[in-house]
Ligand binder design. Structure first.
Ligand code: GDP
Length: 317
C-alpha cells in the first residue's frame, strides 16, 4: 500500500483495544505512527491536543480514544462517558483543523443510531429518531463528531470522515465485568465456568436482543481502508451485517470454551436496545471489502488469547 509509506499518522487511543490493532496495520503498511499517551497528552484539554499535533505534524489523525464500555458502565458512569467523549472529540477535530491535517477519521458507534428503528441500520436513517435510553449519553457524543466534521467541511474544507462501528470483540478487550461488552463478558464467564467446574453461568437479560459482532482485527482493517479510500461527508457503517441473538452468542461462546453446564438468565439486568445490526452495503462498495472472520472462529481465537493472558486481561479496567 504505497499510500501509507512514510505517512505521518497520529492514532489517539493507539495503545487501547481497537487502536493497537489499527497501529499494527498502519506500521505494517509503512506508516510512521505516533501513539499519544494520556499522561503526556490529555485530549480533554484543547491545548494538549494542539501541542500533540504541532509536535507530530500528522498528515492523518485517527481518533480512536474513547471512554466507553458495555451496557453496565453506561448505567454507572453516564456522566464521565458523556463529558470525556464529547470534549475529546471536539478538541481533537479542532486541533486537527488548526494543524492542517489532510485527513481526520472519527471512530463512531452504532449506539448513535435511533434506538427504536425496525430493520437494519442504514446511514440515511442516522437522524431519524431518538437514541436508546441505555446509550444516549455515549451515542450522542460520537454523533456530534459527525456534525463537527460536516460543519468543518462546509466552512473550512476540512476532510473529516465518520465511521460507525458495531460491537467489537477480540484480544485485548476489557474483560472487567463492570465495563465489558457482552462478548468479552461471556468469554470470561464461560472460561471461568469451565476452569472452576461451575454447574451454572449467569447471563444478563432475556437472551432475546440481537447484536452484531465484529472481530477487532477486521475492524482495524476496515478503518485503515476507509482512512485511505473514503472521503465522503456521509458517515460509513462498519460491521458484518450479521445479527446474532444474545442466546446464540452465549451458545457459540459455550462451544468455543468447551463449557458444558447450564445458563441462568438474569432478567433483572437490562436488555438494552432490542436490535442493533448495521446495513453494510455502502461499506462493501466503498472499501471493496467485507469482514472475513465469522463469529465462531473469532471467538475461538479470542478464547485462546484470553486463556494465555488471563491474569493480565483480568487486571485491565
Ligand atoms: P449494548 O450493545 O450497548 O447493549 O452493550 P453490551 O454489549 O454490554 O450488551 C449487549 C446485550 O448483552 C444486552 O442485552 C445485555 O443485557 C446482554 N448481556 C448478557 N450478559 C451480559 C454480560 O455479562 N455483560 C454485558 N455487558 N452484557 C450482557
Amino acid at each position: 500500500m504505497a499510500f501509507w509509506t512514510n505517512k505521518r499518522v497520529v492514532v489517539t487511543g493507539g495503545a487501547g483495544f481497537l487502536g493497537s490493532f489499527v497501529v499494527d496495520k498502519l506500521r505494517t503498511a509503512g506508516a510512521q505512527v505516533f501513539v499519544p499517551r494520556k499522561r503526556d497528552f490529555n485530549f480533554v484539554h484543547l491545548s494538549d491536543a494542539q501541542r500533540c499535533f504541532q509536535e507530530q505534524k500528522p498528515e492523518v489523525v485517527i481518533h480512536a480514544a474513547a471512554y466507553y464500555g458495555g451496557i453496565w458502565i453506561n448505567q454507572v458512569h453516564p456522566g464521565k462517558i458523556y463529558f470525556e467523549n464529547l470534549i475529546m472529540g471536539a478538541n481533537v477535530i479542532e486541533a486537527a483543523r488548526l494543524a492542517n491535517v489532510q485527513k481526520f477519521v472519527g471512530i463512531g458507534t452504532a449506539c448513535s443510531y435511533p434506538g427504536y428503528l425496525e430493520g437494519e441500520l442504514k446511514e440515511e436513517n442516522l437522524w431519524d429518531g431518538p437514541l436508546h435510553d441505555s446509550v444516549r449519553n455515549y451515542g450522542l457524543t460520537k454523533k456530534m463528531m459527525a456534525v463537527q466534521c460536516w460543519a468543518y467541511r462546509k466552512q473550512y474544507d476540512f476532510n473529516g470522515i465518520h465511521l460507525i462501528l458495531t460491537n467489537l470483540y477480540g484480544p485485548g478487550d476489557s474483560y472487567n465485568p463492570e465495563r465489558s461488552h457482552v462478548a468479552a463478558a461471556l468469554v470470561r464467564k464461560f472460561v471461568e465456568g469451565k476452569l472452576q467446574n461451575s454447574p451454572t453461568v449467569e447471563v444478563w437479560g432475556t437472551g432475546k436482543p440481537i447484536r452484531e459482532f465484529l472481530y477487532v482485527e477486521d475492524c482495524a482493517e476496515a478503518i485503515v481502508r476507509a482512512a485511505e479510500k473514503y472521503d465522503d461527508v456521509t458517515p460509513l457503517n462498519i460491521g458484518t451485517g450479521v445479527g446474532t441473538s444474545i442466546k446464540e452468542l452465549a451458545e457459540t461462546t459455550m462451544s468455543a470454551t468447551g463449557y458444558e453446564g447450564e445458563i441462568v438468565w438474569n432478567s433483572d439486568k437490562p436488555d438494552g436496545q432490542f436490535k442493533k445490526i448495521l446495513d453494510v452495503s455502502r461499506m462493501a462498495e466503498a472499501l471493496d471489502w467485507q469482514a472475513p472472520t465469522d463469529l465462531h472462529s473469532g471467538l475461538v481465537r479470542t478464547v485462546q488469547w484470553y486463556l494465555q493472558n488471563k491474569e493480565e486481561a483480568d487486571k485491565k479496567w
